[in-house]
Design a protein around this ligand. Structure first.
Ligand SMILES: [Fe+2]
Length: 199
């Protein structure tokens, strides 16, 4: 398990403030903190390797590292005992909660990544038609960095944080929110990992 004292200095992001925020909301050196850090680090690594493979997209590498490490900061306030979250809010709200935390911390650009990373983003219509407990508005990734972190996130669960999902499983995880999400995910595949595009 990642030790408590090492996180601020061991994060490969060169920005101690990211570790300080994780330390602030996940102070105990427990399984939840391990789940969060393991998951976020794997998402960050995949996103960074895609960023490095596509210099023509001119994405902000440093921002990708920071925002990928913080995208799930809101999970602790949710009720998801299977992944050691003993809060009260529905799990689907973790992005919105993370966004509130990051805005309160003074990082609105990072907050947007939190708010827009669930599924392949969620539209107002998807929220209404599936009766999801979220405000009736679009939560779609808009910038390339927002799309990239949302895309990379789909390859890793928090129930088995160390396992990488196959492309088909990642696609399945967004398809459960509807065909439109699957279509967005496929568009990002063509952009970020065209080798995964199937004819
Ligand atoms: Fe995530």
């Amino acid at each position: 398990m990642e030790s408590l004292s090492s996180i601020s200095t061991s994060l490969p992001c060169g920005r101690a403030w990211v570790g300080s925020i994780i330390d602030k909301y996940y102070p105990a050196d427990n399984k939840l903190r391990w789940i969060l850090i393991t998951h976020s680090t794997l998402v960050m690594k995949r996103a960074v390797s895609i960023c490095d493979a596509h210099p023509e997209l001119k994405m902000d590498r440093q921002f990708i590292i920071e925002a990928a490490m913080l995208h799930d900061i809101g999970i602790f306030r949710c009720n998801a005992p299977g992944i050691e979250c003993f809060g009260t809010e529905p799990y689907i709200c973790h992005g919105l909660i993370g966004g509130k935390i990051m805005r309160a911390e003074g990082y609105p650009r990072h907050a947007r990544v939190c708010e827009r990373h669930t599924g392949a983003g969620l539209t107002k219509n998807e929220i209404i038609s599936q009766n999801l407990p979220l405000p009736h508005q679009d939560f779609l990734p808009e910038t390339l960095e927002e799309k990239l972190i949302c895309y990379a996130d789909k390859f890793y669960s928090k129930t088995h944080p160390e396992r990488e999902k196959s492309y088909d499983k990642a696609l399945k995880s967004v398809a459960k929110f509807g065909e439109a999400g699957a279509k967005r995910f496929k568009e990002w595949t063509a952009l970020f990992e065209p080798e995964n595009v199937k004819n």
